[in-house]
Design a protein around this ligand. Structure first.
Ligand SMILES: [Zn+2]
Length: 184
């Protein structure tokens, strides 16, 4: 009996230990064991939903593959003013630059222009009794959000994107990596 009590106690200890550690952001978890994730590979990613389910965290899977929507005002990216690049958290495809980001007040990170024409795929979405345009990642076809025509100049567009499927890298960090690459 004594050894069992010890076992239970040590299990509790181990659990507490892992809880006290800082939670890894969803995007970070997704990069591990994700063969599709690359910031440089531009080839299309085609994987079955069952495969994605094994790779992605449940919240990313729900939005990216089941076209879910995160609760408004929950993404730290919504109000972030940091300078850098937003990538697809599922595959690493560059999607938006921070200088095209604006505060729309709608509750989700908003941009007026994607990085390139191939960053995004547009699809008609007539669900929920509305006529909307869905936006998907141009590389892995993950659901990102919707685009609306009430954005600021110069495009007049508002890309309303779920923060959960975004992966952000600060410009400075990117620069440093680039320099290291050049040297190496
Ligand atoms: Zn993607």
């Amino acid at each position: 009996m004594k050894w069992m009590l010890l076992l239970v106690m040590s299990t509790i200890f181990v659990q507490n230990e892992s809880c006290s550690q800082k939670k890894t952001p969803a995007a970070m978890e997704n990069k591990k064991n994700n063969p599709a994730y690359s910031r440089t590979d531009t080839s299309k990613v085609v994987m079955k939903d069952e495969e994605w389910k094994n790779i992605l965290s449940p919240d990313v899977y729900y939005i990216a593959r089941e076209k879910g929507t995160e609760r408004p005002f929950t993404s730290p990216f919504e109000t972030s003013k940091e300078i850098g690049t937003y990538y697809c958290a599922v595959c690493g495809n560059p999607l938006f630059k921070s200088d095209t980001k604006f505060e729309s007040g709608c509750g989700w990170p908003s941009f007026y222009q994607p990085i390139s024409k191939t960053s995004i795929i547009y699809l008609p979405d007539n669900t929920l009794g509305m006529q909307r345009t869905e936006v998907e990642c141009g590389r892995c076809k993950s659901h990102l959000g919707h685009v609306f025509e009430d954005g600021p100049p110069p495009t007049g567009l508002r890309y309303c994107i779920n923060g959960v499927v975004l992966d952000f890298e600060k410009a400075k960090a990117a620069e440093k990596k680039y320099d290291e690459k050049k040297k190496g």
